[in-house]
Design a protein around this ligand. Structure first.
Ligand code: UD1
Ligand code: UDP
Length: 387
C-alpha cells in the first residue's frame, strides 16, 4: 500500500531514558529512508535529563533534536509514569499520529503505551516479548503491560515470540525482526574505533582491563550488596585496570556509603561520569571482560564477542547466555571474583566467541519500517471516544 498520493503515515516516537536513544535512532533512520512515506515526531519525556544521560546521545547518534520535550524528570514510579501520561496526552491529541512507537521497558515506555492505547492510537513496541519472570523488577511490569497494549510487537530473539504466544498475544501482531540496538552498534562501530587510540591513552589501558556498569536497584540501592560488588572490583583492580562509568543512581548510592568503606572498596577502580555512546562502545569492544547489570550491554557484548558477566539472578535476554558471551553471576564478592578470574583464564589466544544471534545484523529497523508501511494505522485514532 505505497501508491503515490497516499498521505504519510504519522508516527510519534516516545523516548526518555538512555537505552531508548540507541534503539529509536535506528528506527527513525529507517523510516526517514522511506522519504515522504512517514512523518515523524520525536517526543523526549525527560526521564533522563543530565547532559551525559541524554544530550550526548543526540550528538553521538545523529538523532534530530526532540520536537517535544516533556521535562518530566525523576520521581517515584507512579509519579514519573503519571507525569509522562499527563504531559503526553495533549501532544498526541494535537498531532493525531497513526502510530506511537515505544522502545524497551522503561517507565516512559509504559506511560506512552497507556496514553496512546486509550486514545485508540496504535502502539508499536520495539523490543517486545522479553521476560525475566521477575516481577520485582519494574521493567518486567512495564514489558508485560506494554506488550498487552501493543498492536504491533517487534521481537529481538525467539524467546520473545514464545512468551507472547504463551500470554495469548495473537501471532499476527508479532514480528521477529532482530535487534535495533545492534543496528546502531553496526553503524557506529567504525566511528567508535576511530576514538580508541586516544581513549586507550586517556584511561591508561594498553592491555587487558575490566569495564563495569551498574544501575539496577537490587545491586546498588542496598549498601551491603553494593559494597560486595565494589570490593570484588577493587580486588581485581590490584592486578587489572577497572574502568567504571557510573550511572547517576549509583553515584548517589556510592556517595551514601560510609567514608571508610567507600575508600576501601574503590581502591584501584577508575570511577568516571557516564560516557557518551561512542566512547563507551570503544571501551566495550576492547575490554577483556565487562561486568554489568545493563540489558543493552548484555546484547552489545554478545554482538562484539566480548565476555560479559551479568550480576543478576536472571536475564530477560536469554539468547545472550545460550548463544552469546554472557553469563549470570551472583552479586556476592566471592562469586564475582571467581567468575572474573575464570573468564580471564579462558580468554587466551585460542578463544573464539560465538557468532551473533540471528537477525542481529544491522537491518532490524529496516524490517520494522517495512512492517509499519504494510500496516497503516487508524488515521489519527478515535480521539472523540477517549476524551
Ligand atoms: C531507568 C529505567 C531502567 C533503565 C535505566 C537505564 C525505569 C523504571 N527504569 O532506571 O529500566 O535500565 O533507566 O539507564 O524506567 N538521575 C539523575 N539524572 C538523570 C537521570 C537519573 O540524576 O539524568 C538519578 C535521579 O536521582 C533518579 C535516579 O537517577 O532518581 C534514577 O533514575 P530513573 O530514571 O528513575 O531510574 P534509572 O535507575 O535511571
Ligand atoms: N552506555 C553509554 N554510556 C555509559 C554506559 C552505557 O553510552 O556510560 C550505553 C550502552 O552502550 C548501551 C546503553 O547505554 O547502548 C545501555 O543503557 P543502560 O545500561 O543505561 O540501560 P539498560 O539497557 O539496562 O536498560
Amino acid at each position: 500500500m505505497t501508491g503515490t498520493g497516499e498521505r504519510p503515515i504519522r508516527i510519534v516516537h516516545v523516548v526518555g531514558a538512555r537505552p531508548n536513544f540507541m534503539k529509536i535512532a535506528a528506527v527513525m533512520r529507517a523510516l526517514s529512508r522511506r522519504g515522504e512515506r512517514f512523518r515523524q515526531l520525536l517526543v523526549h519525556t525527560g526521564q533522563h535529563y543530565n547532559e551525559n544521560m541524554s544530550q550526548v546521545f543526540f550528538e553521538d547518534l545523529g538523532l534530530p533534536a526532540p520536537d517535544v520535550y516533556l521535562a518530566v524528570g525523576s520521581g517515584t514510579h507512579a509519579w514519573q509514569t503519571a507525569q509522562v501520561m499527563l504531559r503526553l496526552e495533549p501532544v498526541l491529541l494535537d498531532y493525531r499520529p497513526d502510530w506511537v512507537v515505544v522502545p524497551g521497558d522503561v517507565n516512559s515506555t509504559l506511560a506512552a503505551a497507556l496514553v496512546a492505547s486509550k486514545l485508540r492510537i496504535k502502539v508499536a513496541h520495539v523490543e517486545a516479548g522479553l521476560r525475566s519472570g521477575d516481577r520485582t523488577m519494574p521493567e518486567e511490569i512495564n514489558r508485560v503491560l506494554t506488550d498487552h497494549l501493543a498492536d504491533l510487537l517487534f521481537t529481538t530473539e525467539p524467546s520473545g515470540n514464545e512468551h507472547l504466544a504463551q500470554e495469548g498475544i495473537a501471532a499476527e501482531k508479532v514480528r521477529y525482526v532482530g535487534n535495533v540496538m545492534i543496528d546502531t552498534l553496526v553503524r557506529l562501530l567504525p566511528r567508535a574505533e576511530a576514538l580508541w587510540p586516544a581513549l586507550a591513552e586517556r584511561f591508561g589501558v594498553a592491555g587487558r582491563y575490566v569495564l563495569v556498569t551498574l544501575h539496577r536497584p537490587p545491586n546498588v540501592d542496598d549498601p551491603a550488596t553494593l559494597a560486595q560488588i565494589l570490593s570484588a572490583q577493587a580486588e581485581v583492580g590490584e592486578t587489572t585496570p577497572v574502568i567504571f562509568p557510573v550511572h547517576p543512581r549509583t553515584r548517589q548510592r556510592i556517595a551514601d556509603l560510609p567514608a571508610g568503606a567507600r575508600e576501601a572498596v574503590l581502591r584501584g577502580v577508575q570511577l568516571l561520569p557516564p560516557l557518551g555512546y561512542l566512547e563507551f562502545l570503544a571501551l566495550e569492544k576492547h575490554a577483556a571482560v565487562v561486568l554489568t547489570d545493563s540489558g543493552g550491554v548484555q546484547e552489545e557484548t554478545t554482538y562484539l564477542g566480548v565476555p560479559c558477566l551479568t550480576a543478576r539472578p536472571n536475564t530477560e535476554r536469554p539468547i545472550t547466555v545460550t548463544a552469546g558471551t554472557n553469563r549470570l553471576v551472583a552479586r556476592e564478592r566471592g562469586a564475582l571474583l571467581a567468575a572474573l578470574h575464570q573468564v580471564m583464564a579462558e580468554i587466551g589466544p585460542g578463544w573464539q566467541p560465538p557468532p551473533p544471534p540471528p537477525l542481529w545484523d544491522g537491518a532490524a529497523a529496516e524490517r520494522i519500517a517495512a512492517a509499519l508501511e504494510d500496516e497503516p494505522g487508524q488515521a489519527g485514532g478515535d480521539h472523540t471516544r477517549a476524551v
